[in-house]
Design a protein around this ligand. Structure first.
Ligand SMILES: [Zn+2]
Length: 354
């Protein structure tokens, strides 16, 4: 997703109403997708076969609060095969999962006459000039070379899926909630609609975070965060309840204590960092993606000085880039994953584990 340009339009709305509109507007202007009519219907629930010998094994302990002591699924699905990432994963087929294969609205009670219909993704992957195919793992590894990071501007993954599935008719492979739970909504062999020209060659993730704001609007962030004796913590609006966050009574804190200010696409923005739990899961997921789909290199787009870039790449640079990148590197109107994204530390950790 992305942000601003609608900032002035939303000033007059109440806080509660504001978020829903923000999410809707953000999707309206962001995450443009190539929504071709699906041509090759695939099974909605890919069969799962035993893991490959090269399956990475988790080596770290999991640090997602108390609930981590209970057994949890830690496997993602890539071309029908399961891979352990060592962090909590909820698949689209699991209880409490978010199923982007569905052609129906996910949430009950708020029917929208103008809501999306049909598939919210493109089954399979394009290979050259051929029609979309259902790729094997090896074929997928040859087709995928980018992993795109977004922030969701919805605050929690449940709200993100509501906007994607029920309001905008879009999709993304992964959603990463504030407690570090990773939701997978589609097998990675499907083409999700999350970043237009990157869709055919990429995997996408929406990281739960309310987004980045111009400094004169940054006080809006105080409505999503509150100060206690230990510092800033996430405080969800009352209307969201527990936000669908799976860790009971989870207390989410930005990985860095203060708002981070930075320049994205030449605009100065402020944002609270992602949680430590989100970084932990993002690192573990990225390690597995880089191993199983090795055309994804563990690096981000850099300028001539070697600094991670903060704006859209030229068409040529985009074409040749293989690795992990932000939506802002793809589309000039986007600011996600935002100035708080701690690229260097994140990439260092990924490379360490690789
Ligand atoms: Zn985005």
């Amino acid at each position: 997703m992305g942000q601003h340009s609608f900032e002035s339009a939303r000033q007059s709305f109440s806080v509660a109403r504001r978020c829903t509109l923000v999410c809707a507007l953000i999707f309206a202007g962001a995450c443009d997708s190539e929504k071709d009519t699906p041509q090759v219907p695939l099974p909605s629930a890919p069969s799962v076969t035993p893991t490959l010998p090269e399956q990475p094994t988790p080596q770290d302990t999991i640090d997602v609060n108390a609930a981590a002591t209970e057994p949890f699924n830690d496997e993602i699905v890539i071309a029908g095969q399961r891979f352990s990432i060592g962090a909590p994963v909820v698949l689209w087929s699991d209880p409490g999962g978010y199923d982007a294969y569905s052609t129906e609205p996910f949430f009950e009670g708020e029917p929208r006459a103008d809501g999306p219909t049909g598939l919210r993704y493109k089954p399979g992957r394009a290979r050259g000039t051929e029609d979309f195919i259902e790729p094997s793992l090896n074929e997928l590894a040859s087709l995928i070379d980018q992993f795109v990071l977004h922030f969701d501007v919805c605050g929690v993954s449940r709200q993100c899926f509501k906007v994607l599935q029920d309001i905008r008719g879009l999709s993304v492979h992964f959603m990463l909630d504030i407690d570090g739970t990773l939701y997978q909504t589609l097998d990675l062999r499907e083409t999700a609609w999350h970043a237009r020209q990157a869709n055919p060659r990429s995997i996408g993730i929406e990281i739960a975070n309310i987004g980045a704001y111009a400094p004169d609007r940054a006080s809006d962030l105080d409505k999503w965060y509150t100060l206690d004796e230990f510092g800033w913590r996430i405080a969800l609006p009352e209307r969201l309840g527990d936000g669908g966050v799976r860790t009971p009574d989870f207390v989410g804190r930005p990985a860095r204590p203060e708002r981070v200010r930075g320049v994205i696409q030449n605009d100065e923005l402020e944002q609270f960092d992602f949680t430590a739990q989100q970084y932990d899961t993002l690192v573990k997921l990225s390690v597995v993606l880089c191993k199983v789909l090795p055309n994804i290199e563990p690096d981000a787009p850099r300028d001539a000085r070697g600094i991670v870039r903060t704006g859209a790449l030229s068409p040529g640079d985009f074409e040749s880039f293989r690795g992990i990148l932000g939506h802002d590197h793809i589309t000039s109107g986007k600011s996600d994953p935002g100035p708080a994204m701690d690229w260097e530390r994140f990439l260092d950790r990924v490379r360490e584990k690789l």
